[in-house]
Structure formats: C-alpha cells, structure tokens
Design a protein. Sequence first.
Length: 107
Amino acid sequence: MSDHWQYLLVLAACLAITAPLEFFGNGVYRQPLRLLKAVLPVAAVFLLWDEAAVAAGIWTYDARYISGLSVPFRVPVEEVLFFVVIPICALLTYNAVRTILDRRSRR
C-alpha cells in the first residue's frame, strides 16, 4: 500500500468506526441541516487558519502521507476532510454517550 493514502485511510477508518453510533438517539446524519450548521462554520475557520499558516510557511504537510490533491494555498484535500470528518465523529460519539447516559438516568 502506498503511504500517500494513509491520511485518507485514517479518516475513512474514523468514519467507519463511529458509523454505528448513528443508531443511538436522534442520530447525526438524520439531521443534515443541524449537522451542516455545526460543522461547516468551524471547518471554514480552521481551513482559513491552515491556508494562512501554509501560505506564510509556518505549517507544512509531509508529502509522503497525502494524495497530492490540494485546495488553494496548498492545503491538502485530506486536511479539508479532517475538518469535516473528525467533528462528525465527535458529534456521533457525543450523541451516543448522551443518549446512553439519558437512558441510564431514567432507570
């Protein structure tokens, strides 16, 4: 396997591992507008932050572990996906834990 796919594979694994958590409570993917409102503004801010850091030469990415596809200012597509995938995984986890704890407190 090529090292260039590692970042994408880790992101895919994060989504796969947390996917079953969708079945707890009201779900995350079943509320797409709420999901977009929660993830996109924060992702946009961090993407701009990354773009500024890369353009200023403060931050770089190891070319061995990225696909080579990038958005303006040389931010890898993997980094853009990171700002979407990881918050979604966090929301799935939070929703599941909150649902489980709510159910336990009702007993």
